[in-house]
Design a protein around this ligand. Structure first.
Ligand code: FES
Ligand code: FES
Length: 231
């Protein structure tokens, strides 16, 4: 027999609670709307016994004035204080280089830098970066490519490319904050996920970056890189 089930749900960060609540069900999720202020989820659950439809309750926060610096430019935004920084960057400021992957701080596609430290913007409310300096992939360098970006080009790392802006932001922050880190240590410190499996190329780029930073000499050899990458 079908049963109707209603649930008030508050935003994506509670996904684990929802999964627990409906752990006997097949669950599909769908973003409610393209509006950045409506980040709710609709769930349809089915199993042999129960058909449940969950109603989403969208709790809209009052707008407040948030000030922050993005890529060196001071910004003032009249916005909900709990809006994820990722939505602010992409939807309010049009900086779409930062990507949405998992939405639960697991994949790293949304990584930006806040005061030079890597931060996952999908789970960071914009109020948490009030008055802070946010850097996205668009603002990583104001003067050509950084050595990390150059290494990414030279080692032909991206395949689909979706994860790579987050990967570069995370690697750049790590190298800038721990200059003595070896390539292996850097690789272990970066938990970003690449579904295309570009890790071997990333490791080679990290090794050449490390060498380059230690000696001040660029180690890139196009012929060797082409051979390594089977280009
Ligand atoms: S989208 Fe933020 S960690 Fe995956
Ligand atoms: S290059 Fe495709 S997910 Fe990393």
């Amino acid at each position: 027999m079908d049963k109707a089930l209603k649930a008030g749900i508050w935003l994506t960060s509670d996904l684990s609670i929802m999964l627990q609540l409906f752990n006997s069900c097949v669950i599909t999720t769908k973003t409610v709307a393209s509006s950045p202020s409506l980040h709710g989820i609709i769930i349809a659950c089915t199993d042999l016994v129960i058909y449940a439809t969950c109603q989403v309750t969208i709790q809209k926060e009052e707008k407040v004035m948030i000030e922050l610096t993005v890529n060196g430019e001071s910004r003032q935004l009249d916005i909900e204080s709990d809006m994820p920084l990722l939505w602010v960057l992409r939807n309010e400021l049009g900086l779409t280089g930062t990507k949405f992957g998992c939405g639960i701080a697991a994949c790293g596609a949304c990584t930006v830098q806040v005061n030079g430290n890597a931060m996952r913007s999908c789970v960071t409310p914009v109020s948490a970066v009030q008055g802070q300096h946010v850097t996205t992939i668009e603002g990583l360098s104001s003067n050509g490519l950084t050595d990390v970006q150059q290494a990414w080009v030279e080692h032909q790392i991206p395949q689909c490319g979706y994860c790579q802006s987050g990967m570069i932001m995370a690697v750049s922050a790590h190298l800038d904050n721990s200059s003595a880190s070896s390539a292996d240590e850097t690789a272990r410190a970066i938990s970003n996920i690449c579904r295309c499996g570009t890790y071997p190329r990333i490791r080679r780029a990290l090794a050449s970056l490390q060498e380059q930073r230690n000696t001040g000499v660029q180690q890139f050899d196009p012929a060797t890189a082409a051979q390594e990458n089977n280009v």
